[in-house]
Design a protein around this ligand. Structure first.
Ligand SMILES: Cc1cc2nc3c(=O)[nH]c(=O)nc-3n(C[C@H](O)[C@H](O)[C@H](O)COP(=O)(O)O)c2cc1C
Length: 190
């Protein structure tokens, strides 16, 4: 395969893989580090490099699951509280081998927020593609609860959590991407 074929294959093959499909198998710390290293090559205006990650493994996963359950209980109106939904957080954090909290360190004196969000999304895609190349499934989860994780994650001022990136080895069969044709999203000007 030439380079175009290799990268296209990985880009097209990457799918969101959810914790219920993960195998009970750890991801070695050196492998997690490899996956994270890819984030640092994302494009970044004014080199602010706004992407920040908290790597959650081992016993910290259960702590995160309990914290998400606690926040859910505290923020959802009592009439809408669902025990099953509450329990699903601990279940998902237990099923994952590793969870990355995706955080952004903003530089309001240098750049508008959208540029740092865009840059961090590029970093997350680098992570997702590297994980895919290593047989690791992953997905970006963005429940509203992440707005309440600052203290748990030890975020600094001007830092905000934008998601939880669940990761785990899996044996899912490849799935075709569900997309409308790209031609509908392009306007050529010649
Ligand atoms: C910023 C962002 C946030 C997302 N948040 C969620 C989420 O909260 N729950 C979820 O099930 N999927 C979430 N996803 C994953 C999308 O559902 C998924 O990418 C989409 O269904 C397309 O599937 P694919 O990733 O397999 O191509 C998120 C994706 C992005 C980029």
């Amino acid at each position: 395969m030439n380079e175009y074929e290799v990268i296209t294959n990985i880009i097209e093959r990457r799918r969101s893989v959810f914790p219920a499909s993960y195998l009970p198998k750890d991801i070695e710390e050196t492998t997690i580090a490899k996956v994270l290293a890819a984030a640092n090559y994302a494009p970044t205006h004014k080199l602010t490099q706004p992407w920040r990650f908290v790597v959650i493994t081992g016993e910290a996963k259960a702590k995160l699951g309990a914290e998400l359950g606690r926040i859910y209980r505290e923020t959802v109106p009592e009439a809408k509280f669902l025990q099953k939904k509450h329990d699903s957080f601990a279940e998902k954090t237990a099923q994952a081998a590793c969870i990355l909290a995706i955080n952004i360190q903003f530089h309001p004196d240098q750049l508008p927020a959208w540029e740092e969000i865009a840059s961090t999304a590029c970093a997350v895609q680098n992570i997702a593609l590297t994980a895919e190349s290593l047989g690791i499934g992953a997905y970006w989860s963005s429940p509203p609860l992440i707005d309440h994780l600052d203290q748990f994650l030890g975020l600094s001022a001007d830092e905000k959590c934008y998601g939880l990136f669940y990761m785990g080895y899996h044996e899912e069969a490849p799935r075709k991407a569900n997309r409308t044709p790209m031609e509908e999203k392009i306007k050529w000007m010649k």
